[in-house]
Write a protein of this length. Sequence first.
Length: 328
Amino acid sequence: MQTTRTITRRLLLATAATVVAGSAFAQQAWPAKPITLIVPFPAGGPTDVVSRIVGKELADRLKQPVIVENRAGASGSIAAMQVKRAAPDGYTLMTLATPTLFAPLFYKGAGYDVTKDFTPISMIYDLPIVMVVNPTKLPGVNTLPKLIETARAQKDPLNYTTSGAGSFGHMSMELLKELGKFDMQHVAYKGGVPAITDTIGGQVPIMYADLVAALPHIKSGKLVAVAVGSPERVSVVPEIKTIAEQGIDGFAAVSLGALLGPKGMPADVVARLNKEVKEILADKAVQERILGAGAIANFMPAQQLQDSLAKDYAKWSKVVKDKGMVAE
């Protein structure tokens, strides 16, 4: 017959084992089901393709499906609101692109603030922007000082284009015009492809374009690269000088893609995702695939990303307000 002391000891051991097992289960509980990765733009663009590349790699590492869901509209505002309202359990994530960061500046009913309403996880990619000119329309213009000199000499402002009114290229050029003390007239297109096509065709002589989209035309000689907006030269085109190098001190403009989740995500889930994304982006093969999608892989940890988003939002909010910019 068991003594009371023996029974008590066995109960205590069983309880301890249950607590340990429960703790281990809790640590392993995420992810216990598929993860949804919301993309704020249609299928086929850089944000979508990069999201699918990273999503597939995450699925392999986490041993759970990562389902990419496209929720386009209002520069990503629709997707952002869906993620904002989701449970902060790590099963709903979003690939943030720069237009979605700035959408509340242009859409009064956007209903969110990226710097306050989400959990930053990691940077995924950069989308450097480059100023290009049509060499037939502007012969000899191959540096920023020469472009500024040419713009100042015009009786009527030169036209330039971007992928759209209120786009990051548009905001960047407006800031550059202010700092460089010159003028040009913005001709808005609805998308980067038609804008580049018409710049090559000479309908518009200048474009502020996504670097990777413009790169084949730069290499073919159909477009001439004047400067990149990045604070440092871009590795894939190290010969192109930055705007800052060419006399506009401190100028920096880089579009980005980042992984976010709803506000209040568990710290251990964020840390796990951060670790996995860092390792994914360190893979040379993944870097090449992302480059092929039109972006450049670039990891940044959560806190640094948070600081970067807040700084960018404050900087470009001032440009939008000072210039009275509107999106179409």
